[in-house]
Each structure stands twice: as C-alpha cells, then as structure tokens.
Design a protein around this ligand. Structure first.
Ligand code: FE2
Length: 411
C-alpha cells in the first residue's frame, strides 16, 4: 500500500509512505508505484503517530448517571455514586463497557491506552475482566494495566496482599495513592512498598500522586527519590501532582533538581483536575493543574490524559484526546504559536514515552505502520478547528474512518 502526499507531523513538504507487511517500508517525497500496488492519496493532510491515552479508569468508564447522577460534581459525591454502582460490577458488565470505550477511542485515532484499575476489591473482579478483554481488543488498541489501590495500600484491609495478587495476575504497572492514605507515615510506606514491588517484578509504575490542593502533600518528593535510588527512573510516572500547583516557589526550586535527576515522567489531566480541584476554595479559585510549562521547559517528560470518560467523577468525554490538549494549553498558558503547533506531542510521543512504547511506536521506516490522518494541514489548524481523525491505520490495517462534517451557510 502506498499513501501519497502525507504531511507528517506539521512538515512543510509532503511525503509518500509505503507500507509492507504491517510496517513502514519507505518514506520519500516521491515514491514510484510498484506493480499492483494500491494507492491512497492523502492530499497533503496531517499525519501523526496514533494518539495515546496515558491515564484513564476503564473499570468505571461509561457509568455516569447509573444508578444516580453526581449532582454537585464533586469528587466526594462521585465516590458515593461509585459506591452504589460498584455493587453491580460483574465481569460481563466491565467487559461490555471496556469494549464500548475502546471502540470510542479507536474512532478517534487512539491506539494505546493505559488504564488504572481499582484493586481495593477482595474479588479483583474488574481487574480480571480487563486482563481478559484486553487480548480480544488488541486489533484496536494496546491496553496497559496499572494496579490502582483506590482506597490506599496501608489504609485498606489487606491492601499489600491485593497489590501483590494483582502483580501475579499480570498487570503492567504498579500504582499507589499516597495522598489518600490515613497518615503521612502511611503515605511514605505505601510508596516504599509500591516502588519495591515494581523493582522486584520489573514493572512500570504510575502513581496517583498528590491529587489534592493541599500544599503539604509531598508524595512526589518521596516517589522521585525512590525512583532515583532504586534505578527505576523513567519507568516511573507521577500522575496528577495537583499539589505542585500550590507549592511555594521556593520549594519547587529545590524539588526541580530532584525531579530532573530522577528522570520520572508526569501525566497531567487538565479536564478533570480543573473540574475537581479548587473545590474547597472560595475566590480566588485554584486551577489545580500541575506546573506543566515549567516541567516541560526543564526537559521533563509531561503527557496529558483524560482520567475519566463519562463516569461519576467526570460526566463528559467522547474518547478523543483533543479536549484535554485544548484545555491543557489554555489552563497552563501555553498558547504561543509553537506551543500550539507541537501540542499533539502531549498525547502522542510524550505519552508513548510514559508507556515505554519504544520502537513499537512512531513514524519511522521499520516500525509498525500505525498512524492517523487528520482533516487539517497542521496541528494548529486541527486543534483550532476541532478537525476529525479521518483515518486510523494500525499495523498497516485501516481500523477507523470518519467523514468530516460539511457545514454550509445558507444565506
Ligand atoms: Fe486517575
């Protein structure tokens, strides 16, 4: 298959792309057609690596309003709503919702997903269901699973044993939630435990870290220190880090040195962080989004995720990565021309680094021929006009297609 006139990652000139046996076989400005080769003309449209969702909770996805709506929109009412829905959890229910969510993602060009799955459940029903269904969904997406102790590791009965059981069942990454533990001591011990568990089992880590406006929430410094000392480094991701929004500048100045040395990744979730943080404030009201601009300028890898998709904590979401980038740029004040043009990287290459996709990802000869085509010439136009992902190709095979809307002014 030959794809002609592709504008790869905002390039000024177009390129032809040859795909053979599911891999990128050649990329040149003009390639000669081989006998019998099929051709698709991309007409100078934007071609990007597939979108990567680095942070979502597929076990809770698509449950908003079932059985009750979150009327206040707060985190705590969300937890109450989820407690009512949790009673209905079954393998069939989880699998059905995960299938629908992954299809939504696929229709928007997302081909890689990292999901956190609650393991503070003695039966681990959701975890087992997701580990099973991910095999069935490999044609649409690679799903990475994080053992996520929603109610804490030290603060939940048999929390450590449940984490160890999740590792035995085959998760890809170990999680933690230090800011939710009963005490500061538990927070530190939970991180020590989780880091050791990941190191012993050669797993990645992704911690719900300081998802609070409390400027005294200091899980991040412990996580970064353990990542450095145990040599886990960029295998570790700190998700959320909302408290960093509220840290004093003097403390951040000191912290930055450690963060750079540790080489850990960050995932910020601008949609959910702006909506759930600042709830205890009157005015001024904090935005609750971590210091994306400063971290990025320091050379630290930061990606954007959705966190929730139509669930008790976030009542919206269509499986696209566009909105989190769009809001993320506004709320972090990264609205310069180059910032906007390159912002697709938050949900492509930077997110791929979080997932450690390595040479299984990216538009390069020899790599799997996975890419998306957007109805725009560059990402600035794509973001500004909310352009469709018109085609998603995965390992050489077209997996999703969208006809862009045609709008006409009639007068
Ligand atoms: Fe989360």
């Amino acid at each position: 298959m030959l794809y002609t006139n592709a504008r790869i990652e905002n390039a000024a000139e177009t390129t032809d792309i040859r795909v053979e046996d599911g891999r990128f076989a050649a990329m040149e400005p003009k390639l000669s057609l081989l006998p019998g080769e099929e051709v698709t003309d991309l007409h100078g449209k934007l071609v990007l690596p597939p979108f990567v969702e680095p942070h979502v909770h597929l076990d809770a996805t698509l449950t908003a309003g079932d059985p009750v709506w979150n009327m206040s929109g707060t985190l705590f009412e969300g937890i109450e709503c989820w407690a009512k829905r949790k009673d209905k959890l079954s393998a069939a229910d989880v699998k059905d919702r995960v299938r629908r969510a992954v299809r939504l993602y696929a229709s928007n060009g997302v081909q890689f997903i990292r999901t956190h799955v609650d393991v503070t459940d003695p039966s681990l029903v959701a975890l087992k269901a997701i580990l099973e269904v991910r095999e069935e969904l490999r044609g649409l997406a690679d799903i990475q699973v994080v053992a996520f102790p929603q109610e804490g590791i030290l603060s939940f009965p048999h929390g450590k044993e449940l984490m160890e059981e999740a590792v035995k069942l085959g998760v890809d990454a170990v999680g933690a939630i230090p800011h939710f533990e009963f005490t500061r001591e538990y927070a530190v011990e939970s991180l020590n435990f989780a880091c050791q568990l990941a190191a012993r089992n050669d797993l990645l880590m992704d911690v719900h870290c300081d998802e609070t406006d409390d400027d005294q929430s200091r899980g991040l410094e412990t996580l970064a220190t353990r990542a450095l000392e145990l040599g886990l480094k960029d295998r570790v991701t700190a998700s959320h880090t909302c408290a960093m929004h509220s840290y004093s500048n003097a403390y951040v100045l000191k912290l930055m040195r450690l963060l750079k040395m540790s080489e850990i990744n960050f995932v910020s979730n601008p949609l959910v962080n702006t909506h759930l943080e600042g709830r205890a404030d009157t005015y001024p009201k904090r935005r609750g989004v971590t210091r994306v601009k400063e971290l990025t300028e320091a050379g630290i890898n930061v990606a954007f995720g959705n966190d929730d998709l139509f669930d008790p904590w976030y009542p919206m979401g269509c499986g696209a990565m566009r909105d989190t980038v769009y809001l993320g740029l506004h709320v972090t004040q990264m609205m310069g021309r180059e910032d906007i043009l390159n912002s697709y990287r938050f949900v492509t290459t930077k997110a791929a680094r979080v997932l450690h996709l390595g040479d299984g990802y990216g538009i390069e000869v020899g790599r799997p021929a996975s890419f998306v085509v957007m109805d725009a010439e560059d990402y600035y136009e794509a973001l500004s006009n909310n352009a469709s992902v018109t085609l998603s190709v995965r390992k050489g095979k077209a997996v999703a297609r969208t006809q862009p809307a045609r709008r006409e002014v009639l007068i």
